[in-house]
Ligand binder design. Structure first.
Ligand code: NI
Length: 227
């Protein structure tokens, strides 16, 4: 599943975050990399335990909790606290796959990465390059979203970030462990949810058929979810 979650953050929230990022102390992005990724990665990150990263990450987690499309698509069990990166001056991240298990250093927080998320924080007109390219077999998807929009994509995919040749690309990135491990089951639940939402808008949420379909959704979730 590749899905765009628009307007996770408002323009004002993006501006407040990027103001802080502009003056933050960045370090080499390889602080969070595995050995294979480190070979491909040239960018900068905020240290995971930097107070500014933790504060801004919490704001993003709060925003995600208010984003019904994110909750319906990801069915999140655990969300890795968001990290922040910056690319400029030709920096890029070559083709790689994200680690299956992420452990937050110095804590007992661990997560299986089912989904990867990139929340774009810079206006696309303010930088050149920096597309997130996700390999989906026969086609590559090249993604560059407005600031405040987020891409959710399977953590199992090969992907890369193209060189940034002008300006700075700021983003938040993190991983989600879903309550529903099987991507096909998760996709069907999302499709059913979206259909129920559309029918509810037309027929009314109290319509008998909408109520029955909602019951079916929850019974499938009960069957498939680990909570
Ligand atoms: Ni990655």
């Amino acid at each position: 599943m590749m899905i765009v979650i628009p307007d996770v953050l408002t323009a004002a929230e993006v501006a407040a975050i990027t103001d802080r990022l502009a003056t933050a102390d960045w370090v080499d992005g390889n602080v969070t990399s595995g050995t294979q990724s480190a070979l491909a990665k040239r960018n900068r990150q905020l240290p995971e335990d930097a107070p500014v990263a933790m504060e801004l990450g919490t704001r993003i987690l709060d925003a995600l909790g208010r984003a019904p499309r994110f909750v319906a698509a990801a069915l999140p069990l655990k969300v890795y606290p968001p990290l922040f990166n910056a690319y400029a001056g030709g920096e890029a991240f070559g083709t790689h796959v994200d680690s299956a298990i992420r452990i937050r250093r110095g804590t007992d927080f661990r997560i299986r990465s089912d989904l990867s998320a990139t929340l774009f924080l810079a206006d696309p007109d303010s930088y050149d390059g920096g597309e997130l390219v996700v390999d989906q077999g026969l086609t590559d998807h090249r993604i560059k979203l407005p600031a405040g929009h987020m891409l959710l994509y399977p953590a199992s995919t090969l992907h890369r970030v193209e060189p940034v040749t002008r300006g700075t690309r700021f983003a938040a990135f993190f991983w989600i462990q879903s309550m529903v491990r099987d991507p096909a089951a998760r996709q069907m639940l999302f499709d059913l949810d979206q259909t129920i939402q559309a029918l509810g808008a037309t027929l009314g949420a109290g319509d008998d058929r909408v109520v029955r379909l909602t019951g079916l959704y929850h019974n499938l979730l009960r069957r498939w979810a680990d909570a």
